[in-house]
Design a protein around this ligand. Structure first.
Ligand code: MLT
Length: 407
């Protein structure tokens, strides 16, 4: 008899963003005349930088000729892209990362979801609350948690991120083995200073733990004192894996390209306490289960590091950050306490009511989609997240509609 993985039965209904999409399409069906403005899921709306499009076209043309056609590429990604990443995203900032430590993939969502396969099921995991749901859900699927009781999965060490701690989690009181961190944070928009990151790296070192560091939003950091990579911190190469994405940095949500850095010095232990290199394990996993990102997509991603690509990608980020500033200003003007939006495309807003209630109110009265904070965890209750990814005109209209709806 075929049997299911019963851990799936522990999961809460559907994935957050699928749940929201279903509610929005039900609303749209009942109100076909309403123009809905989507500021929910962080999905980019502007065209790819022209430097990327040009490289994309050129690579497609190469595929059209026998002499330049390419079949399977290296599972880890083409050297030309990995070298540019290492040089520009890390070495230029004083972080010691080599091209061979970079694994190109089709998304940080997949990588943050898949990486947990490398670890034992009985380790203690620490996960911030609120959190990008993928970290938690994939650990539930793997059987690393107990049942969902009183709004939380048993067995997980939740790191509460609240207004009181400015949405920066405190170090766990007890020892944990695997720690998820995301900065600039999704959903709160909080950023971690060098000292904060250092305290996490020191904690991981002392406790023989590992940090999974999601830096998908690093390109939005405006404050030059804030580290963009965990490898800017001494000691991180031994205790941290970092995830990056071209999705928000250069508009690749539909094109799919990301990468994960697993330093060759990064270690974990077996049941007897013997050290193992995670680079070799991830390489084994990646080459067994993944056949690489398509050549034209990698060439498009490589173009982000050209002179014009860099300027164009920066202009994209600036565009969304102007939206973020507007959202934060307008919501604060309406009397709401806001976080984020200054080094991040997300604005985290204390809604003064339950977060699904606020979501429904904005959808029904303003035709604006946000993300209810409770969908990111218990500590998100009472908050909503508004994303800056849309056109400036739509964001402006959304703010006018929200003002009207709330007064
Ligand atoms: C979000 O809205 O939190 C993200 O866009 C989701 C994702 O990147 O998968």
């Amino acid at each position: 008899m075929i049997r299911i993985n019963e851990n799936y039965l522990k999961l809460q209904s559907s994935y957050l963003f699928s749940n929201i999409a279903q509610r929005v399409s039900a609303f749209q069906e009942n109100h076909p005349e309403r123009k809905i403005i989507k500021l929910g899921i962080g999905d980019v709306t502007r065209a790819l930088p022209s430097a990327c499009i040009h490289a994309f076209h050129t690579a497609v043309d190469e595929m059209a000729e026998d002499h330049s056609f390419r079949g399977y590429g290296p599972e880890q990604g083409y050297a030309c892209l990995r070298e540019k990443i290492a040089e520009n995203d890390f070495r230029a900032r004083g972080a010691d990362v080599s091209p061979q430590e970079i694994f190109v993939s089709d998304g940080a969502k997949c990588d943050t979801g898949n990486i947990q396969e490398l670890f034992a099921t009985d380790i203690r995991i620490a996960i911030p609350d609120p959190v990008y749901p993928v970290y938690l859900d994939t650990n539930v699927m793997a059987g690393r948690t107990g049942l969902f009781e009183k709004d939380r999965y048993q067995g997980v060490v939740y790191l509460d991120c609240t207004k009181e701690n400015e949405f920066i989690p405190e170090l766990p009181k007890n020892s944990v083995d695997l720690i998820y961190l995301c900065f600039p944070n999704n959903p709160t928009g909080a950023v971690a200073t060098r000292d904060i990151l250092k305290s996490w790296v020191d904690y991981a070192t002392e406790n023989h733990a590992l940090i999974l560091y999601d830096a998908a939003y690093e390109a939005f950091v405006r404050d030059e004192t804030i580290p963009r990579s965990i490898y800017e911190i001494d000691g991180a190469r031994e205790v941290a894996i970092e995830f990056r994405s071209f999705s928000k940095t250069a508009g690749f949500t539909g094109t799919r390209c990301a990468y994960t850095v697993v330093p060759k010095t990064c270690i974990a232990y077996d049941g007897l306490g013997k050290k193992h290199f995670l680079h070799a394990m991830w390489n084994r996993r990646h080459s067994t289960k993944f056949n690489g990102v398509s050549y034209p997509v990698q060439k498009a991603a490589e173009a982000v590091y050209s002179e014009e690509g860099r300027i164009q990608a920066r202009a994209l980020i600036d565009y969304y950050m102007k939206n973020a500033a507007l959202i934060r200003k307008e919501m604060a003007g309406l009397g709401y306490t806001c976080a984020g939006g200054d080094n991040s495309p997300y604005i985290w807003i204390e809604g003064k009511m339950d977060s699904w209630g606020f979501f429904d109110l904005l959808l029904n009265k303003a035709g604006v989609v946000c993300t209810p904070g409770a969908g990111f965890g218990q500590c998100g209750e009472g908050f909503i997240r508004i994303s800056a990814f849309n056109s400036y005109e739509n964001v402006k209209e959304a703010m006018v509609r929200i003002k009207e709806a709330l007064y």
